[in-house]
Design a protein around this ligand. Structure first.
Ligand SMILES: [Zn+2]
Length: 355
C-alpha cells in the first residue's frame, strides 16, 4: 500500500557498498557435487530494500550496537553477517538479528524511505500477500540522534515484529490479528535493547514504554505538535513537522503532578463514589497540563486483576466526560500497569514531562 522507494542513484552511500558475491563458494562446490539442498541451509533471510544511503543508515544503526558485521547485497537485497564481536553493547540485538538472518525458512522484509505517507517509524504490513514493513529511516535517525539507543531499539522492534509475523501460526490465526499478536514481543525486545544500549553508554535507562500520545503547545506561528512516550523513568519526546518529519528528539524528566490511592474491593465492579473527587482532580490536572499522562497501577493479589482493569477504563471515560476534549481525554494518554503483589489497591499517578 505504500509507495516503493526505488533506488536513487543520486544518493551517495555514506559507507562504501560491497558488491554482491556472485555465489557463495560453498553453494558452488555443493552444486558441482549435485547437492541443491545446501542452498536453503545458508539462505539469508533479512531483506532490506531502499536507496544505498538509506540501507547504509539502517545498517549503521545496527552494526556497532550488535557487534555484527552486517553486509547488504544489492542484487538480492539480503543482509548477511560476515563477522561478530564478543560482548556487543546489546547482546539481545545481536541474538535477535542472528536469529532472523540465520533462519533457514522465514524471510523478514523491510523497505526504507523518507517520505512514506502516514508512516510513523514503521508500519506493519496490511497486505498479507506482500508482508513488507515500511520504515521511515529519517525517523529512526532523528530519534537515535536525540535519544541514543532509542532509534536502534525501535528498529529492533520493527524487524522483530515483521519476522515474528512470518510464523505460520500468525497467518493461520488471520492477518487482521497479526499485529496485535506480534507487537508485544517486539516491544519487549525493543525495551531490552534500549536498556542494554543505555547502560552500555552510562546513560540512565528510560525503562519500559508505558504509553504514547501527542500534545500541542504554543500558539499561532510557534504552535507545535509533540509526540510523547511515557516510560518508567523518563519521557521520550519529539516534535512533528511538515511532511511528518521528526525534530528535537529528546528525553525529559518525569514531573509528578499528583498521586492518588484507592482501595480496591471485589464488591465494586465500578468506580466507588469515593473516586469522584479523584476523577475530578485528574480532569483538572490534564486540562491545565496538556502534556500530562496518567498511569493506573493495580496492586492486586487475590484475583482482583479484572476489577483493576475495569477501573482503569472507568477512570478514562469519567475523565473524558468532564474534560469533553477528545485529545486531552484520549485513551492513549493513559497506561495500565498490573502489579501482582500488594494489598488490593490502585495507585493513580498524573505526570508530565519536565523541565
Ligand atoms: Zn509494533
Amino acid at each position: 500500500m505504500k509507495r516503493r522507494h526505488e533506488h536513487d542513484e543520486r544518493d551517495t552511500p555514506p559507507t562504501p557498498a560491497r558488491a554482491d558475491p556472485p555465489e557463495h563458494p560453498l553453494i558452488g562446490l555443493q552444486r558441482q557435487a549435485g547437492n541443491q539442498s545446501v542452498t536453503a541451509a545458508i539462505q539469508r533471510t533479512l531483506e532490506v530494500t531502499g536507496s544505498d544511503r538509506d540501507v547504509a543508515s539502517m545498517l549503521g544503526m545496527l552494526r556497532r550496537p550488535s557487534g555484527l558485521d552486517l553486509v547488504h547485497h544489492r542484487k538480492t537485497h539480503q543482509v548477511t553477517i560476515e563477522g561478530r564481536k564478543d560482548k556487543p553493547p546489546s547482546p539481545a540485538l545481536a541474538a535477535k538479528l542472528t536469529e532472523v538472518i540465520e533462519d533457514p525458512a522465514r524471510v523478514a522484509k523491510v523497505n526504507l524511505g523518507r517520505k512514506q505517507e502516514g508512516v510513523g517509524f514503521g508500519e506493519f504490513p496490511t497486505d498479507e500477500q506482500n508482508p513488507v514493513q515500511e520504515l521511515r529511516i529519517d525517523h529512526f535517525e532523528a530519534l537515535e540522534k536525540g535519544v541514543p539507543g532509542a532509534g536502534t531499539a525501535t528498529l529492533a522492534h520493527e524487524i522483530t515484529e515483521n519476522y515474528a509475523a512470518t510464523d505460520q501460526e500468525v497467518h493461520d490465526a488471520g492477518w487482521e490479528f497479526a499485529h496485535s499478536r506480534v507487537h508485544p514481543g517486539a516491544e519487549a525486545e525493543a525495551n531490552q535493547v534500549l536498556e542494554e544500549l543505555q547502560l552500555s553508554r552510562g546513560d540512565k535507562p528510560s525503562g519500559r514504554r508505558q504509553t504514547q500520545y501527542t500534545f500541542t503547545s504554543g500558539k499561532g506561528p510557534t504552535e507545535r505538535t509533540t509526540w510523547a512516550e511515557a516510560r518508567e523513568n523518563q519521557y521520550h519526546l519529539w516534535d512533528v513537522g511538515p511532511g511528518g518529519t521528526i525534530t528535537h528528539a529528546r528525553t525529559a524528566p518525569i514531573v509528578r503532578l499528583a498521586e492518588f490511592s484507592l482501595e480496591l474491593s471485589a464488591l465494586w465492579k465500578v468506580l466507588p463514589t469515593t473516586a469522584a473527587p479523584v476523577v475530578a482532580r485528574i480532569a483538572e490536572l490534564i486540562t491545565a497540563n496538556p502534556s500530562a499522562s496518567v498511569t493506573l497501577r493495580g496492586y492486586t493479589r487475590t484475583g482482583q486483576q479484572a476489577t483493576a482493569d475495569e477501573w482503569y477504563w472507568a477512570v478514562q471515560s469519567e475523565v473524558a466526560e468532564i474534560v469533553g476534549d477528545s485529545i486531552l481525554a484520549s485513551a492513549q494518554r493513559y497506561a495500565f500497569e498490573p502489579v501482582l503483589a500488594g494489598d488490593n489497591h490502585v495507585v493513580i499517578t498524573v505526570n508530565r514531562p519536565g523541565p
